[in-house]
Design a binder for this molecule. Structure first.
Ligand code: PLP
Length: 405
């Protein structure tokens, strides 16, 4: 087990990997090595440490391109995370493409990070956002999607994996349909990259964003992938040092891609940590990780469904990474608090997916998200703890919980 330590006298059972994963030792070593041996600014110095720092950053860019299956490292923009990447994309796409009356499609199952940037950019440009509805099983309504595509939206933005239901969206089926309608596709892959997402060149998505901290890396680092021809069309969304080719006041020429989108000093230790995390995942084996995590999830779903009083939300054809629960009359918030007292770390609330919870008719849910360092024994212990909590709450006649979204 990577997560160590105690909480309230209990060893921690960390089951909130959809929020943030724990860093394995090789990532911590890479961070230590960066701070002790490599810390210097990139692109700015002719001295040895600065050029080494620049080389290390560009090597990680190359590794990230290989990890994603991108055609070129020029398609990899370092960001602070998925939210930052989606904001950058929305701003750049809005400026370059969106005009009054244009349509952008998102879905009802998106994280707020893949809704609010589009809502704002559409407000500013006069474009309109519409949502692809979610079925009772927790999948995207494909017929509704096809009807919306008939309106020739400029962009469809959707998650690869829902952070609440774990629904794996059939991207290989959806993306060609969107392209046939002349619609570009952006993928929020925050929850997807440990679960066997195909190479971006195979998916043929136009954009994709992810965060390092959900992939065993540190916080504050992420990636926006964009097809080269798209990135070439975009102007910068943030301005400052490091992205200027020539300033002949007031005329300015900006750097080539991807540097054009990376104003200011990048998160260099984060990039070092991300590089180590991707290497670690490759070394452990991405297929092996996806298979083991899938097996843990199936095991958990089966055991949880057998507990009276627990409802596993959604029943999608393919699920990865997360399971969310409704345990009336106990609120998700109370359940998470009581579990915490027994050492279990689970997420509760609306999980930044307000629209989806509204669709499900819930004010919150309890989410577990195992990673490859979790075990069946930990899931057995969780189920036992949940049974105890439910039985105590039933005996005490705890009323329906309040919303603690
Ligand atoms: N998108 C999805 C599907 C997520 O699950 C999350 C985080 O939980 C995000 C976006 C935002 O990620 P970050 O907070 O790392 O920017």
């Amino acid at each position: 087990m990577i997560a160590q330590g105690e909480c309230g006298g209990h060893p921690v059972v960390y089951l909130d990997n959809a929020a943030t994963t724990q860093c394995p030792r090789p990532v911590l070593w890479a961070l230590e090595n960066y701070w002790l041996e490599q810390h210097a600014n990139v692109h700015r110095g002719v001295y040895c440490r600065s050029s080494q720092a620049t080389m290390a950053m560009e090597e990680t860019r190359q590794h990230t391109a290989e990890f994603l299956g991108a055609a070129s490292a020029r398609e990899i923009v370092f960001t602070h995370g998925t939210t930052d990447g989606l904001n950058l994309l929305a701003s750049a796409f809005g400026d370059a493409v969106l005009r009054p009356g244009d349509l952008v499609l998102a879905t009802e199952m998106e994280h707020n990070s893949n809704l609010l940037p589009w809502l704002e950019v559409c407000r500013r440009s006069g474009a309109v956002v519409e949502l692809v509805p979610v079925t009772d099983a927790g999948e995207l309504d494909q017929e509704a999607l096809d009807r919306l595509l008939e309106q020739k939206p400029k962009l469809l933005t959707l998650c690869a994996v829902s952070n609440v239901l774990g629904t794996v969206n059939p991207l290989k089926d959806i993306i060609p349909r969107a392209h046939a309608a002349g619609t570009a596709v952006a993928v929020d892959a925050a929850q997807a990259l440990r679960h066997g997402l195909p190479a971006v060149t195979d998916l043929d998505c136009d954009f994709l964003c992810f965060s390092g901290h959900k992939l065993m890396g540190p916080t504050g680092i992420g990636v926006l992938y964009g097809k080269e021809e798209w990135l070439e069309r975009f102007g910068p969304a943030c301005f400052g040092g490091g992205m200027v080719k020539e300033l002949d006041w007031p005329d300015v020429t900006y750097e080539e891609i991807p540097g054009r989108f990376e104003a200011g000093t990048p998160n260099l230790s984060g990039i070092a940590g991300l590089g180590a995390a991707l290497e670690y995942l490759q070394a452990v084996g991405r297929k092996r990780i996806a298979a083991y995590e899938g097996e843990l999830l199936r095991y958990a779903a089966e055991k949880l469904r057998a507990i009276p009083g627990i409802r596993v939300l959604g029943d999608p054809a393919r699920r990865a990474g997360v399971l969310s629960l409704d345990l009336p009359p106990l609120s998700a918030y109370d359940a998470a608090m009581l579990l915490d007292k027994k050492g279990f770390a689970l997420r509760s609330g609306r999980q930044c997916a307000d629209l989806l919870h509204r669709r499900l008719g819930l004010s919150g849910s309890l989410r577990l998200s195992p990673a490859f360092y979790n075990t069946r024994e930990e899931l057995d212990a969780l189920c036992q703890a949940l049974e105890e909590i439910l039985s105590v709450s039933r005996r005490a006649g705890i009323p329906v919980g309040e919303s603690h979204g």
